[in-house]
Design a protein around this ligand. Structure first.
Ligand code: AMP
Ligand code: MG
Length: 970
C-alpha cells in the first residue's frame, strides 16, 4: 500500500500520467539539490496559501462543518484497541500538522504546533442493540462526527471514535479538518495505520521510516518558490486560459439562490451503462485523449446545453503532490484547477473533446498555482452566494479497494451521507471493478432530488448521443429520453376539447340570443341592452354595412367612446361579414392615421363627437364614415333579423395592432374560429362551466385584445358590464363599482389589481368577485402570495400574446404553487419551450415559448416576411419532425387548426409538474401597465427627430412597482 505506484493507482489516468511525467522530469533535473529542504527555524510553522484561505473562511463562518474530511472504516476481526490507539498516536507524533492549531496573532493567522498531543480513542459499545438499531446508530454517529465542527484554535484537528458492534465487529470513524488534510492524506493515514497496528500488536517498533520533511517545510518552500518569475508565468498562463470570466453558471435551479451559500447537500448515485464504456474508451483513443477528458467534455456540453452559456468553467481537484518528498505527508495539498470550455454554434463533440484535451494538458502542467492565488489575481466579483470562478466540479476517481486485510483484521471503506455540498454541483465518476459509477453531489438549497435525477439521465443521453456520432454539433445532441419527450410534447399538450369550430362568432352569439333573449347582454351605468335588443341593433347595423358592399375579410374600423354602442358596432361589423379594427380615440392622430391607412379599411364606424378629432381628411384614400349616433335614424330603417351568413370560421373577425420593433405597429389577424375557441377555453378553465356567474366586467379598452376575453363570453350568455372611464382611473371608485354592481368576474392588468388590493378588494368588507383575471404582464411573487390566500375570490393568471387570441395559458392561482406561474395551455392550445435550434428543452431549463393550436392568428396584415418569421411551420422546428410511437407530432396535436407555431419571444421554463414559469423576454419588448411596447419602435421614432443622432429606451422602475419609459439620446 505504501509504494508510490500503488498511490498513483488511486489517481485518474491523466493525473497519473502527468504526475509520473512531472515526477520524472523533476527527479532527473534536480535530484537532491532541488528537494524541498527543512525550514531553517523548526519552531516556526508557516502556513500554506490554501491553509490561509481556509482559516479565513473559518473566521467568516466559524463552527461550520463544511471543511471536515471524514471516513468510516468497518473493522472485522480480533481488534486490539490499545494497539490501535497506540498506532494512531504514533501517527500524530510523526506528523506535526496533526498537532497543529490555528490562532490569530494581530489579526493574522498563525499555526502553532504542540510538541506532544494524545488523541483519545473513545469506544462506544453498541453490542446490546439489535442489528437495525446498530445500523441506525452507526449512520447517525458517522454523520454527527462528520458534521461536528472543529475549533481551529483549540481542538485536536483529528478526531476518532470507535463503535463496537459485536465481539469482532467495529466501525472506526475518522474526522480531520481540511486545513491539515485532504483526500490523499486520508489514504496516508489508513496506510500508516495498516503498517503500525500489526507491529504494535506484536510488540515490534514502528516500521515506518522517518518523514523527510513536514507540511510546514512545504509551506515555507511554497512561499519562497511561488514568487517573481515562477509566479508570473503561472498567473500568465491562467489569465490567458480563463480569459474574460463568465457570469455564474445558470442551471435549472428549483429554488432561488440564497444570498449566502450554505453548503447543504446530498448525493445522487447512478450507473454508467456498460455499452457506453467501450465507446468512451474508443473515442478517447481515437483522439489521443483520456477517459477524464471525454467525460469532462460531455459534462461541459451538458452544462452548456442547460445554461446556454458560451463559456463553461468546471473545476477539478488535483492531488498536487508533484514531488516525491510530498507523497508520504498528511496535509492540505489538494489544489483546484479551473477548466474552461468554449462553445459556439456549430462546435461538434469531437471538436470539443480536442479543445478539452488541450485545455486539460495545459492546466495540469500549471497546477502549482494555488487556487486562492488565482482568485486573488483575477478578482472575480465578490459574491457570498456562490463559489468564485466556478460552481460546478468534475472528478474522475479510482474507487479505493472496498476491502483489504491488515494482519488478522479486515478493513472495509463505508459510505456516509454527510448532507453537505461544497459547490452547486459536483459530478464524480468512479472507476470501480463493476464499471463506471456516477455520483452527483448537489446543493439542496438550489436543487430538488428529482432535478438531479433528470440531470443524470440527460448526462447519459447526451453521452450516448455524442458517442454514437461525435461529429454532430453539440446543439444537436439528444438530452431527453423518448419518455420525457412524450411527456413534454404530447401529454402536456393533449388539450383537445370540443368547441364550435365550424361557425362564426356571431352565429354562436345568435344562438345564445335564442336561449336568453331577455337577459341583459350589455350594461353601461343605467343603460342596458338585452340579448335580443343587442342582436336586433347589430343586425340593423349589419344590413346597413352590407349595403355599402362589405365583404368577408374586409376590415371596418371602429372608433367609439365607451358605451353599449361598442358592442352594437362590433357585432354589426361581424354580422355584415367583415372584421373589426378597434381604435382608441385617445391615440395620437398620426398613429390613428397609420392604422387606418395600413389596414385600408374602406369604412369607419364612429360617433358624431369624435369625427372631428380623427385624421379623416389626411387619409390617402377616402373612407366612408358611419356615425352610430347621428346616422342611427337611417340605420334603424334596416330590418332587425339576422342577415344571411356570408363569413365562415376561417374569415377574419378582428385586427388589433401591436407595437413593432422596427418603428411601425403591425396588425394581428384573428379568425372567427379563434374567438369561439377562446370562449370555450375560458368557460372551461375559469368559469368551470358555472352559469350562475353572469356579470363580468368590460374593463380593457376594445382596442386592447384583453377586451375580447370578455366579449366572447356573450356567446355563453354572460352579461358585460362596461366600466366607465372615470371608474377605471380610480381604484377606490372601481372597488365601489365592483361592489355596487356585484360583478362576478373582473378583468384587469396586474398593476391595476395591485391598486385594487390596496384599496381593499380582499378586506372582506363587501362583495368580492368570484373570479379575477389579471393578465397581460407578470405578477410579482409578493402579489402572488396575497392572491393565493384570498378566501372568496379565485384569481387566474392569464397569459397570452395578441397573436394567439388573448389567452394561451392560464394558471388558477389557488392551485398553482407558491411561486408565480402562467400555468398550462388552455384547451385546444399547445405550448412548446424550445432552444434556439427548435429542440425541446428539459424541465427547468429556459427556452423560448412557442404557441400552437386554435388560437394562432392568420398572421400580420400585409407583412409576409414578419409573418413568416414569427409564425413558424412546425415541421421546420425540431419538435415538428419528432415522431412518437403513436405518430408524428403534427398529426397528434397540431392539425386541424394550424400547423404553425407562434414564436412568442417569451423566455419560459417548465416546472416538473408541467406548469410554465415566465422568466422574461428574449428581446426588447416590455410591458408597462399592460401596454405592450417594443422599445425599438420608440427608439426608431426618436431617431427621426432632426437633433437626435441615436437613442436608447429602457423601461425602468422609477418608484417601486412603477415602471416608466426612459430615453437616453445622443
Ligand atoms: P399582448 O400581445 O399585449 O397580450 O402581450 C403579450 C406579451 O405580454 C407576452 O408575450 C408576454 O411577454 C406578456 N404577458 C402577457 N401575459 C402575461 C402574464 N400573465 N405573465 C407574464 N407575461 C405576460
Ligand atoms: Mg395578451
Amino acid at each position: 500500500m505504501t509504494s508510490l505506484d500503488e498511490r498513483l493507482a488511486g489517481l485518474s489516468p491523466e493525473k497519473r500520467a502527468l504526475l509520473t511525467q512531472l515526477l520524472q522530469k523533476k527527479r532527473a533535473a534536480t535530484a537532491q539539490a532541488d528537494a524541498i529542504p527543512r525550514r531553517p527555524d523548526p519552531s516556526q510553522h508557516p502556513m500554506s496559501y490554501a491553509q490561509q484561505r481556509l482559516w479565513f473562511l473559518d473566521q467568516f463562518e466559524p463552527d461550520s462543518p463544511f471543511y471536515n474530511i471524514s471516513a468510516a472504516l468497518g473493522l472485522t476481526g480480533p481488534l486490539d484497541v490499545a494497539a490501535l490507539e497506540q498506532a494512531l498516536n504514533a501517527i500524530v507524533a510523526r506528523h506535526e500538522v496533526l498537532r497543529a492549531n490555528f490562532i490569530t496573532e494581530k489579526g493574522y493567522p498563525a499555526q502553532v504546533v504542540a510538541p506532544e498531543r494524545r488523541i483519545p480513542l473513545p469506544v462506544m459499545d453498541l453490542r446490546q442493540r439489535s442489528p437495525q438499531e446498530q445500523n441506525a446508530a452507526v449512520q447517525r454517529m458517522a454523520v454527527e462526527e462528520a458534521r461536528r465542527p472543529f475549533d481551529l484554535a483549540q481542538d485536536p484537528l483529528l478526531r476518532v471514535q470507535l463503535l463496537r458492534l459485536d465481539e469482532e465487529e467495529y466501525v472506526l470513524l475518522l474526522t480531520m479538518h481540511h486545513i491539515i488534510s485532504d483526500g490523499w492524506s486520508t489514504g496516508v493515514l489508513v496506510q500508516e495505520l495498516s503498517a503500525l497496528y500489526p507491529a504494535f500488536r506484536e510488540g515490534r517498533p514502528s516500521p515506518l521510516a522517518e518523514l523527510p520533511i513536514q507540511y510546514a517545510d512545504y509551506a515555507a518552500w511554497q512561499q519562497e518558490w511561488l514568487q517573481g518569475e515562477v509566479k508570473e508565468r503561472q498567473l500568465a498562463f491562467w489569465r490567458e486560459t480563463l480569459g474574460e470570466l463568465p457570469g455564474p453558471l445558470q442551471l435549472p435551479f428549483d429554488h432561488p439562490r440564497p444570498p449566502v451559500q450554505t453548503y447543504r447537500g446530498a448525493h445522487h448515485y447512478f450507473a454508467i451503462p456498460e455499452r457506453l464504456q467501450g465507446k468512451l474508451a474508443a473515442l478517447a483513443k481515437e483522439e489521443d485523449a483520456t477517459l477524464f477528458m471525454t467525460l469532462l467534455a460531455a459534462f461541459q456540453a451538458l452544462l452548456h446545453r442547460y445554461s446556454g452559456q458560451e463559456q463553461i468553467h468546471v473545476g477539478t481537484p488535483v492531488a498536487n503532490r508533484t514531488r516525491m518528498e510530498l507523497e508520504p505527508l498528511i496535509g492540505f495539498f489538494v489544489n483546484t484547477l479551473v477548466l474552461p470550455g468554449r462553445f459556439q454554434d456549430s462546435l461538434t463533440f469531437r471538436e470539443l473533446l480536442r479543445q478539452v484535451r488541450e485545455t486539460a494538458l495545459g492546466a495540469f502542467a500549471h497546477q502549482d498555482l494555488p487556487f486562492e492565488m488565482l482568485v486573488e489575481e483575477l478578482q472575480p466579483e465578490r459574491d457570498m452566494s456562490h463559489t468564485p470562478l466556478f460552481q460546478a466540479m468534475f472528478d474522475l476517481q479510482k474507487a479505493p479497494p472496498e476491502r483489504f486485510q491488515v494482519g488478522d483484521l479486515e478493513l472495509r471503506v463505508m459510505e456516509v451521507e454527510t448532507g453537505t455540498a461544497k459547490f452547486d454541483l459536483i459530478l464524480v465518476v468512479q472507476e470501480r471493478e463493476e464499471g463506471l459509477q456516477g455520483i452527483i453531489e448537489y446543493n439542496t438549497d438550489l436543487f430538488e432530488e428529482g432535478t438531479i435525477q433528470r440531470m443524470a439521465g440527460h448526462f447519459l443521453n447526451l453521452l450516448e448521443s455524442a458517442l454514437a456520432d461525435p461529429d454532430q454539433p453539440i446543439a444537436r445532441l439528444e438530452l431527453l429520453s423518448p419518455e420525457e419527450k412524450h411527456q413534454i410534447l404530447v401529454e402536456w399538450n393533449d388539450t383537445a376539447h370540443p368547441f364550435p369550430q365550424d361557425r362564426t362568432f356571431h352565429a354562436a352569439f345568435q344562438e345564445q340570443v335564442t336561449h336568453t333573449p331577455d337577459r341583459t347582454a350589455v350594461a353601461f351605468l343605467d343603460q342596458e341592452l338585452s340579448f335580443a335588443q343587442l342582436n336586433a341593433r347589430a343586425n340593423q347595423m349589419a344590413h346597413h354595412l352590407r349595403r355599402l358592399g362589405v365583404q368577408p375579410d374586409q376590415i371596418v374600423a371602429l372608433v367609439l367612446d365607451r358605451s353599449p354602442e361598442m358592442l352594437v358596432g362590433i357585432l354589426g361589423i361581424l354580422k355584415a361579414g367583415a372584421a373589426y379594427l378597434p381604435l382608441d380615440p385617445s391615440y395620437p392622430a398620426a398613429r390613428l392615421q397609420f392604422m387606418l391607412e395600413d389596414s385600408q379599411a374602406p369604412i369607419l364606424v364612429t360617433q358624431e363627437g369624435l369625427v372631428d378629432k380623427l385624421p379623416i381628411a389626411d387619409l390617402q384614400s377616402p373612407i366612408s364614415v358611419i356615425r352610430l349616433d347621428a346616422d342611427w335614424p337611417a340605420i334603424a330603417q334596416e330590418p332587425t333579423d339576422n342577415p344571411p351568413e356570408m363569413a365562415g370560421p376561417d374569415n377574419l373577425a378582428y385586427v388589433i395592432y401591436t407595437s413593432g420593433s422596427t418603428g411601425t405597429p403591425k396588425g394581428v389577424l384573428i379568425q372567427h374560429r379563434s374567438m369561439l375557441h377562446l370562449a370555450t377555453a375560458l368557460h372551461r378553465i375559469v368559469y368551470d362551466g358555472d352559469d350562475q356567474l353572469r356579470r363580468i366586467s368590460l374593463n380593457a379598452p376594445i382596442s386592447f385584445d384583453a377586451s375580447v376575453q370578455q366579449i366572447v363570453m356573450l356567446t355563453k350568455g354572460y352579461t358585460l358590464d362596461i366600466l366607465p372611464h372615470a371608474v377605471r382611473q380610480d381604484s377606490h371608485e372601481l372597488l365601489r363599482f365592483i361592489r355596487e354592481r356585484r360583478l362576478d368576474a373582473l378583468d384587469c392588468v396586474p398593476s391595476q389589481l395591485k391598486l385594487l388590493l390596496d384599496a381593499g378588494l380582499l378586506d372582506g368588507s363587501g362583495w368580492a368577485p368570484a373570479k379575477v383575471l389579471p393578465g397581460g404582464e407578470a405578477i410579482d411573487p409578493e402579489t402572488w402570495r396575497i392572491l393565493r390566500q384570498a378566501p372568496a375570490t379565485q384569481f387566474y393568471n392569464m397569459y397570452g400574446p395578441t397573436e394567439c387570441t388573448v389567452d394561451s395559458t392560464i394558471a388558477p392561482v389557488h392551485a398553482s404553487g407558491d411561486q408565480p406561474t402562467i400555468g398550462r395551455p388552455v384547451p385546444n392550445a399547445q405550448a412548446y419551450i424550445l432552444d434556439p435550434h427548435g429542440q425541446p428543452v428539459p424541465v427547468g431549463v429556459p427556452g423560448e415559448l412557442y404557441i400552437g393550436g386554435a388560437g394562432v392568428a392568420r398572421g400580420y396584415l400585409n407583412r409576409p416576411e414578419l409573418t413568416a418569421e414569427r409564425f413558424v411551420p412546425a415541421e421546420e422546428l425540431g419538435v415538428g419532425s419528432w415522431k412518437s410511437e403513436a405518430g408524428p407530432l403534427d398529426s397528434l396535436l397540431l392539425t386541424p387548426y394550424s400547423s404553425r407555431l407562434y414564436r412568442t419571444g417569451d423566455l419560459c421554463r417548465y416546472r416538473p409538474d408541467g406548469h410554465i414559469e415566465f422568466l422574461g423576454r428574449v428581446d426588447h419588448q416590455v410591458k408597462i401597465r399592460g401596454f405592450r411596447i417594443e422599445l425599438g419602435e420608440i427608439e426608431a421614432t426618436l431617431r427621426q427627430h432632426p437633433s437626435v443622432d441615436d437613442a436608447v429606451v429602457v423601461a425602468r422602475e422609477v418608484t417601486a412597482g412603477h415602471k416608466q419609459l426612459v430615453a437616453y439620446v445622443v
